[in-house]
Design a protein. Structure first.
Length: 732
């Protein structure tokens, strides 16, 4: 008989607050269970109650339970809540992150994978240094093939759970003329010689240990009678393999997650892990938590309808017993500045009767925060940026401003020191110390000492040449200071200094975002009459002390917002190219589109009371105004749960509704734009809405015409600008 059937619920108070589905998830302890927990449905409560249920009924001792989370914070919270419900501290339970559990296993079995049990765990910076040495020892040009790029490739393979000899040909890269796999092998060997492991190894070494040592594996399988995994949708392939090895013992594995909130594909998360749970764990029971305790009905219905457009999901519909609140408000704006003004004005109105802490502005890309930050400072509303630094505190922005500071005021030694070797010019600490010593001795500025030191033999010839070139550049940039506008000056500096090239050649995940931030900075400069006015503005911005405590408006990216909740949520920038992100669509097609849609679902479900979605008709990018089209995701929201503001230019969210391609091109909502539909292309008789075929990109639809240039949305490649001569009009 199943032990759960004879439990006296009257003696188990922690079960009394659970709804029917939550209770089922807690009591179904035998065999594999997947708990599909929608946003705000109490997944942590289920995990904690399930552990308590196992312990209270003596199904297992604490040390026979393995509970895996994704953050140390989540682990501490879970342990605290379990202890509170049990009524005493729980000791001995294997509760921690994938990496911390991996370390614990490896410390006890290090010699079996070629390490000593006191092995060192290296961080990202250490990893990059090791790879730099490896690249140099192989006589590879580290400027063309930087260590950060190789680190990204190797980490990706480790996230996939593959050793060098297991890398498939389709997963190889052209790094250093195809030497990436060989370098991966050498890197692993080098780490073992140094008795070290990187973060990817903490899981991959465990997989190797389990593969090659059946007795060790069986011991752990026997040890862990119950396994629980939180945020299962965020696991990568290596973590999935690791879990399968351990769970094939008792098979009592419970994974809690939400396929509709899988938004970290860019860092290795594989939504397929949760989608294939029933296949991976035969006889699995699927339990759906759909009752939401966070949001009002309009929010949940809109979020549910949006996510239904994804094909890669197991399916569930969120609902609530809360009373109806306001529909989701959608507004359009002339440009980004107008949008920022409107959002902050609404924040001011809301703040009269609500705490600022309960207001959040969630953006798709980090650079979007700048306009909102500037506006908040203008109206003197305190704010915090969650998950990252404020715009003007970002590394690349500080670097760019440092260049401008030296051009504005050549005696600014602090700024000069920051960028003297950024990008790298062979001007190391020895050279900088020599300049400092001369500055102190002669009581002169650093840049004056730099000019004087190149006339001596104090520093190496190579350093002297690099420093001389830098000083020549500064002299030229200073001469341009009063002859050109600030934006052009910055672009000249970033290009001629090699700073732009540095980030363009950087293949890390962060590099594209840093380039976007620099473009946003360049666009910002057009608002200032001269360089002095801009630098004064930055000084005032930076003077505002960064204080993460107190009552403040929250600004963050959609990725950083996962797991958080607020009363009032603003979702600006819902435009094609920005959201969904065009770069992601170009690289990953439909897979990226579905992840972008999940981001939208996450953003909407952060709100308890109100959601305001906005888009701009035009934005400045690369120094030019570009027309924007509303995000296709707006068209996927149900009409009965949304409300358009009157100033939104008579939005029509059914444009292209009759098209068989409507899911991918439901963009434009402006009646004035629809009028252009009847204007024929003067050369090819192409009109907006024409179905066309392109040799490389396939079938698409014309959404904008600018003489011979056509903006076309393709089924699998997103939006492209194509010359009309290179497309074929389809007459169907």
């Amino acid at each position: 008989m199943d032990k759960t059937s004879v439990i006296d619920h009257n003696n188990l108070s922690y079960l009394q607050s659970l709804n029917r589905e939550q209770l089922d998830a807690v009591q179904s302890i035998n065999g594999p269970v997947l708990v599909l927990a929608g946003a705000g449905t109490g997944k942590t409560k289920v995990l904690v109650s399930r552990i308590c249920h196992i312990l209270k009924n003596n199904y297992a001792k604490p040390w026979e339970i393995l509970a895996v989370t994704f953050t140390n914070k989540a682990s501490k919270e879970m342990n605290s809540r379990v202890s509170s419900l049990i009524g005493q501290a729980v000791e001995g339970m294997w509760l921690g992150t994938f990496h911390s559990i991996g370390v614990k296993i490896l410390r006890s079995n290090a010699e079996l994978i070629g390490l000593k049990n006191n092995f060192t765990i290296i961080d990202t910076d250490d990893q990059t240094r090791v790879l730099k040495q490896l690249i140099k020892s192989n006589n590879i040009d580290d400027k063309r093939w930087p260590a950060r790029s190789l680190a990204y490739i190797i980490n990706k393979w480790k996230d996939m759970g593959v050793l060098p000899e297991e890398v498939r040909s389709e997963d190889t890269t052209n790094f250093a003329q195809g030497k990436s796999v060989e370098l991966y092998k050498d890197y692993n060997s080098l780490l073992k010689v140094q008795n070290a492991a990187d973060f990817g190894d903490l899981i991959l070494h465990c997989i190797t240990l389990f593969k090659n040592n059946d007795d060790i594996l069986k011991n752990y399988q026997k040890k862990f009678k119950f396994i629980l995994v939180d945020e299962y949708q965020d696991t990568n392939q290596a973590q999935h393999k690791w879990l399968k090895f351990l769970a094939m013992g008792s098979k009592n594995v419970c994974c809690v997650g939400d396929d509709d909130q899988s938004i970290y594909g860019w860092r290795g998360a594989e939504v397929g892990n949760i989608l294939s749970f029933e296949k991976d764990f035969s006889g699995a029971k699927i339990i759906r938590l759909e009752k939401n305790y966070r949001s009002q009905p309009h929010i949940l219905k809109a979020a549910s309808e949006l996510i239904k457009n994804n094909m890669g999901r197991l399916g569930k519909t969120l609902w609530t017993e809360k009373e109806n609140g306001e529909p989701i408000i959608i507004s359009s704006h002339l440009d980004g500045a107008d949008e920022a003004r409107s959002v902050i004005e609404n924040c001011e109105i809301i703040s009269k009767n609500n705490k600022l802490n309960e207001i959040a502005i969630l953006v798709r890309a980090g650079y979007q925060t700048r306009e909102f930050e500037d506006r908040l400072l203008t109206v003197n509303l305190p704010y915090r940026v969650i998950g990252g630094p404020r715009f003007y505190e970002r590394r690349e922005i500080r670097d760019a401003i440092a260049y401008l500071r030296v051009v504005s005021q050549p005696n600014d030694g602090i700024a000069f020191e920051r960028i003297i070797n950024v990008p790298k010019r062979g001007l190391g600490q020895t050279t900088i110390k020599s300049i400092y010593d001369m500055s102190k001795k002669n009581n002169e500025s650093l840049i004056s000492s730099a000019q004087n030191i190149i006339l001596t033999d104090i520093i190496r010839p190579q350093a002297k040449s690099s420093l001389s070139k830098l000083l020549e550049n500064f002299n030229r940039w200073i001469s341009l200071r009063d002859q050109t506008n600030v934006r052009d000056l910055l672009e000249t500096i970033l290009d001629e200094s090699g700073y732009t090239d540095m980030w363009q050649n950087d293949k890390s995940i962060e590099a594209p975002g840093r380039l976007d931030n620099l473009m946003e900075l360049a666009d910002t400069l057009e608002n200032f009459e001269n360089l002095t006015a801009f630098l004064d503005h930055v000084s005032l911005v930076m003077e505002n002390e960064k204080n993460e405590t107190g009552d403040m408006i929250n600004i963050m990216t959609l990725h950083a917002a996962k797991g958080l909740e607020f009363d009032h949520v603003f979702l600006p920038g819902w435009e094609e190219g920005l959201f969904p992100n065009q770069r992601s669509l170009d690289e990953y097609g439909t897979v990226a589109l579905e992840e972008e849609r999940r981001l939208g679902h996450v953003g909407i479900t952060r709100a308890r009371k109100t959601v305001r979605i906005s888009f701009a008709h035009s934005r400045r990018s690369f120094g030019e105004w570009q027309n924007s089209l509303p995000s296709r995701f707006i068209d996927e929201l149900p009409e009965e749960n949304i409300s358009f503001l009157e100033e939104s230019h008579n939005i029509d969210n059914n444009f292209f509704q009759d098209n068989d391609f409507n899911q991918d091109i439901n963009f434009d909502f402006d009646q004035s734009y629809k009028k252009t539909k009847s204007i024929p292309h003067k050369i090819r008789n192409i009109i907006v809405g024409s179905k066309i075929k392109h040799e490389k990109y396939g079938i698409g639809y014309v959404i904008k015409i600018n003489y011979e240039k056509l903006e076309i949305v393709f089924e699998n490649h997103g939006k492209k600008t194509i010359i009309s001569d290179y497309v074929e009009v389809m007459n169907d």
